[in-house]
Design a protein around this ligand. Structure first.
Ligand code: TRP
Length: 445
C-alpha cells in the first residue's frame, strides 16, 4: 500500500521523467531517419494522441484506484471470482528486461560525457571504430559505467517516492528541458534548419511501409512508458483529486515536445554538416560526435551538455523501470524498501553485465541466437511484444473486467461526453490495433 504521495507537480515531473528517455533522444530520431521522416512522424503523432492517450489514461486509472503494486492493483479491481487477473501485474517484471539493456546504453552515455571533454572523432570511420571498439573490446569501461548507473538508480529508489524519485525529477527534468530547448534554439540559427523541418513534417507516404507503421506504434508505447507498470506504479501515489486526463495530456505533450525538438536539432546538425539522417542506432553515438568535432570548441561544449541531457533523461526513466518491481516486493513480500532496491538493483546490474558481454568479441557467439545478440533480443522482444501486450491486457481489463460503474465514476466527470469515445476505444479499437501490431512485428523480423 502506498503511503507517500507525490505532490501534483512532482507526479507530473516523475511521469514525464519516465516517459522522456533514450526513446525520445536516441531512438526516435534514428527511427524517423530510417523510415523516411514525415510519414513516420505523422503516424507516430496520431498513435500517441489516439492510442497512447487512451492507454495512458487506462494505466493511470488502474494505479489510481488500486493504490498498490501492479499485482495487487489488478487483484483488487477485478471482481472476486476473477482474482487470477493479478497475473496481469506480471508486466512489472518485464520492465527489468528493458532495464537490463537500458542500463547498458546509460553506461555508454556516461562514457561519452567524459570523452567529450577531450578529442572528438574527426571522421565517421574513426567514430565508428571508437563506438564498436567500446562494444567489442571495451568491457571494463562499460562495466565501470554500468556500476555507476547501478549505484545512482539504487540510491534514488532506496530513498523512496518523495525523497528519492520526486526530488530527482524535480531537479533533473527542468535542467533537461533547458538543455534541449537551448540546443534547439541554437539549431534554429543554422540554414539547414528548414531542411530538417521539411524532413520531419512533410509526409512521403511511399516510404510508409508496414514495418514503419508498426514500428511507429511500438515506439509510441515505449516512449510513453506504457504497458509495463511504470505509469501504473507512479499513479498509485497520485494525490486524491488530481486530474488523470490533464496529467496524461501534459505528460504526452512534454514527451512529444522533447522528441520533436531533439529530432529537429539533430537533423539540422546532420544536414548542415553533411551527415545522413538514416544512420541507424549509431546516429547519436557515431554521426553526432563527428559533427560536434567539426564545430570546434563549441562542439565540445555541445557534446558535453548533449550527453548530460541524455543521461538525465535516461536515469529518470531507469528509475521508473525499476520502481514497479521494488514496489512489488515491498507490498507482497514485505521487504523493506532498501532491501528491495538493492536486490532488484543487483539483478539488473548482473543481467546488464551479461548484456555487455553479448556484444564483446569473446562472448558474443555464446550470447547470440538467430542472428540477434542478447542486447537486441531484449530491445526487440520488449518493444515488439511485451509493451503492446501489456497495453492489450490493460485495455481488456478496464474495458471488460472492471465494472463499468467504477470506471465511469472517476472518468466520466473528467472526460464528459468524450467518455463514451474513450471507452469504445479501449474496448475495441486499441485492442485490435495492438493485436495487429504484435502479430506484424513478430512476423516482420
Ligand atoms: N519511456 C522511456 C524512454 O522513452 C523508456 C521507459 C521508461 C519505459 N519506463 C518505461 C518504456 C516503462 C516502457 C515501460 O526512453
Amino acid at each position: 500500500m502506498q503511503i507517500a504521495r507525490f505532490s501534483k507537480i512532482g507526479f507530473i515531473m516523475a511521469a514525464t521523467g519516465s516517459a522522456v528517455g533514450l526513446g525520445n533522444i536516441w531512438k526516435f530520431p534514428y527511427q524517423a531517419g530510417k523510415y523516411g521522416g514525415g510519414a513516420f512522424v505523422l503516424v507516430y503523432l496520431i498513435t500517441v494522441l489516439v492510442v497512447g492517450f487512451s492507454i495512458m489514461l487506462t494505466e493511470m486509472l488502474i494505479g489510481y484506484l488500486g493504490r498498490s503494486d501492479t499485482f495487487s492493483n489488478f487483484e483488487k479491481l477485478a471482481p472476486r471470482h476473477k482474482a487470477k487477473w493479478r497475473y496481469a501485474g506480471m508486466q512489472a517484471f518485464s520492465s527489468i528486461l528493458i532495464m537490463a539493456f537500458y542500463a547498458v546504453v546509460i553506461a555508454w552515455v556516461l562514457n561519452y560525457i567524459v570523452t567529450s571533454f577531450s578529442l572528438l572523432p574527426s571522421s565517421v570511420a574513426q567514430a565508428k571504430s571508437t563506438f564498436s571498439g567500446m562494444l567489442q573490446s571495451g568491457f571494463f569501461v562499460q562495466f565501470f559505467y554500468l556500476t555507476v548507473t547501478f549505484v545512482i538508480v539504487t540510491a534514488v529508489i532506496a530513498r523512496g517516492i518523495k525523497g528519492g524519485i520526486e526530488k530527482l525529477n524535480l531537479v533533473l527534468m527542468p535542467l533537461l528541458f533547458l538543455i534541449i530547448g537551448g540546443m534547439f534554439l541554437y539549431a534554429t540559427t543554422f540554414s539547414a534548419f528548414s531542411h530538417a523541418v521539411t524532413f520531419m513534417f512533410r509526409p512521403d507516404f511511399t516510404k510508409l511501409t508496414t514495418t514503419a507503421f508498426v514500428t511507429a506504434v511500438g515506439h509510441a508505447f515505449f516512449t510513453l512508458s506504457l504497458g509495463m507498470g511504470a505509469i501504473m506504479t507512479y499513479s498509485a501515489s497520485l494525490q486524491k483529486g488530481q486530474s488523470l486526463v490533464k496529467s496524461s495530456l501534459l505528460i504526452i505533450f512534454f514527451d512529444t515536445l522533447v522528441a520533436i525538438l531533439a529530432g529537429l536539432m539533430l537533423f539540422t546538425f546532420l544536414y548542415q554538416y553533411g551527415g545522413k539522417p538514416s544512420a541507424g542506432p549509431g546516429l547519436v553515438f557515431i554521426s553526432l560526435p563527428v559533427i560536434f568535432y567539426q564545430m570546434g570548441n563549441v562542439g565540445n561544449f555541445l557534446s558535453i551538455i548533449f550527453f548530460i541531457a541524455l543521461a538525465f533523461a535516461a536515469i529518470t526513466s531507469a528509475v521508473s523501470l525499476v520502481e514497479p518491481t521494488v514496489q512489488y516486493f515491498m507490498d507482497r513480500n514485505g521487504w523493506k524498501r532498501t532491501k528491495a532496491s538493492v536486490i532488484i538493483g543487483l539483478f539488473f546490474y548482473i543481467f546488464g553485465i551479461v548484456v555487455i558481454m553479448s556484444q564483446t568479441i569473446h562472448f558474443s557467439s555464446y550470447l547470440t541466437w538467430g542472428g540477434r545478440n542478447l542486447f537486441s533480443w531484449l530491445d526487440y522482444l520488449t518493444a515488439a511484444l511485451l509493451l503492446p501486450l501489456g497495453g492489450l491486457v490493460m485495455s481488456i481489463f478496464v474495458g471488460f473486467i472492471m465494472p463499468k460503474s467504477q470506471v465511469e465514476k472517476v472518468l466520466r466527470p473528467e472526460l464528459g461526453f468524450l467518455f463514451n469515445a474513450w471507452y469504445f476505444n479501449i474496448r475495441y479499437i486499441a485492442p485490435i490495433l495492438l493485436m495487429v501490431v504484435i502479430v506484424s512485428l513478430l512476423s516482420a523480423q
